[in-house]
Design a protein around this ligand. Structure first.
Ligand code: URA
Length: 271
């Protein structure tokens, strides 16, 4: 194999392994232990036996999902506006996805809209632009919205996690749990008439169920806004449907998604 072919094969391997973003000009070996400051080498070694190096920051970020969720819950509850919520999410250190993402992807569209859609998490293009659903699945979503007379001027879009999972993997349970209080508060602040849950992650996370999207889609569910719920009286009508990325892979399922979107339009048009 030529050197060039080797390089291309290596790059392909990196992309498949999820390393598909150049974050800096020079590679950094994060596994290499940092040498102690030169002047201290002798005194440190004499004073204390060698300790394993612990990255306290990642321990803080990754170590306790419960603590992360509790912090998110407290911070989200304090937000009275979407701007405040966006700032709180941007500053939140309880989800390690923030460390690998290029941009926060908070939302797009009209927050006054009666239609709100929630996806899973940003992909590569969304991460680059800082906006949800602007890549290939976003283009399909825009066509689906157009089919019911909607676009981003009269619909509002966000995701379960606001940072891109590396390599487009699914967000982990810890990541969705840590971010859920922000997503819940986001929905409570927008208070749409209709909530569309795009794909398994959004549907399971927001409806608190283990059922898959095939069983959940096509029928209305009550999404509870928690404290504001007034014993279910203020629940929001939620329709789970297939994620556009899934529809790109399985175009035969578009027919069912179209049925869901007709139901969504009828509900939105109802007085
Ligand atoms: N997939 C998602 O779930 N969200 C996006 O923003 C883009 C792709």
């Amino acid at each position: 194999m030529s050197r060039q072919t080797d390089d291309v094969a290596l790059l392909r391997f990196y992309v498949e392994a999820g390393a598909d973003e150049a974050i800096a000009d020079q590679p950094v070996n994060r596994l290499a232990a940092k040498p102690p400051a030169a002047t201290n080498i002798r005194t440190q070694a004499q004073k204390t036996p060698a300790q394993p190096r612990i990255d306290r920051r990642s321990e803080l970020v990754l170590g306790s999902p419960d603590a992360a969720e509790a912090t998110a819950r407290e911070q989200a509850a304090a937000c009275q506006t979407l701007d405040a919520l966006k700032q709180a999410v941007a500053a939140f250190e309880g989800c390690a996805l923030r460390d690998t993402a290029t941009n926060l992807v908070f939302a797009d569209g009209n927050p006054e809209a009666d239609l709100m859609l929630v996806g899973e998490g940003p992909g590569a293009e969304e991460d680059r632009q800082g906006l949800p659903f602007v890549g290939p699945s976003g283009r399909l979503l825009d066509r689906m919205l157009a089919a019911i007379g909607r676009d981003r001027s009269n619909a509002y879009i966000t995701n379960i996690v606001p940072w891109r999972p590396p390599g487009n993997r699914n967000p982990s349970a810890d990541e969705t749990t840590a971010c859920l209080p922000f997503t819940s508060r986001h929905i409570a602040l927008v208070r749409p008439k209709v909530l569309v849950l795009l794909g398994t992650t959004a549907a399971k996370t927001l409806l608190g169920t283990t059922q898959g999207i095939t069983r959940l889609r096509g029928r209305w569910h009550d999404y509870s806004t928690g404290r504001d719920d007034n014993d279910g009286q203020n629940a929001i009508a939620a329709m789970p449907t297939y994620h556009p990325a899934y529809l790109l892979r399985q175009p035969a399922q578009k027919q069912q998604a179209w049925q869901d979107f007709i139901a969504i339009k009828l509900r939105l048009d109802a007085k």
